[in-house]
Design a protein around this ligand. Sequence first.
Ligand code: IPE
Ligand code: IPE
Ligand code: MG
Length: 235
Amino acid sequence: MGTENICKHIAIIMDGNGRWAKKRGMPRTFGHKKGAENVIKITRAMKESGVKYLTLYAFSTENWQRSKDEVDALMQLLNEYLDKEMKEIMENNVRIIFIGEKYMLSKDIQEKMDSLEKESAQNSDLTLCIALSYGSRQEIIAAVQNIAKDVQDGKLSLSDISIENFAERLYTKDVPDPDILIRTSGEQRISNYLLWQLAYTELFFTDTLWPDFNSDELNGIIDTFKSRERRYGKN
Ligand code: IPE
Ligand code: IPE
Ligand code: MG
């Protein structure tokens, strides 16, 4: 038996909002609203558990293919959310960063994201990283293009390409790799999330739908993680 693992970073795939609403005979967007409310609760619980980084999958590049009605409703919810709840989170000494294909979002939303990032840059209790319009394969291709350009321009030689200088070109350059990945709602797939970063992450799948996921379950997962045998990926 080794010493307890320390959990610095938890990544979550917040899945199951639509099914949560359907079970109650409500429209999917009602589930998204409840899901957004749960982000506040879980962020608070993370701060209390001493976790330093939390990365949440809020909207994938593939999610743009959902019906126009659902995408519009999600964008409206996001827009309101960035005004109210995100400000509140930020005022609790939480640094907020966004990863993903920002250019696909409306100008209005992009401006709000930029100002939250700037205003919260010095906050230090927790870093909340929100994956929005995020796709891991797209992120990796962008990093490949960036590194290939440096080789082409003679700034870097082919043999100097390394795990470290490649990782510096990913959206997550300022964030350590996740120790724990949690996916709610019973699905057991990665859905184009943090493919590079999850190389040695411990995986947890729960049947709980995202709006019902609570701090007790979260703390149970953190406790299980602490006693898992780990050879690589320690922070
Ligand atoms: C996750 O819930 C939230 C987003 C992907 C935006 P879903 O909308 O995927 O809910 P289910 O999986 O259909 O229940
Ligand atoms: C993954 O959930 C994306 C988010 C939770 C934001 P999805 O519900 O979109 O994933 P798939 O399509 O079922 O794999
Ligand atoms: Mg889903």
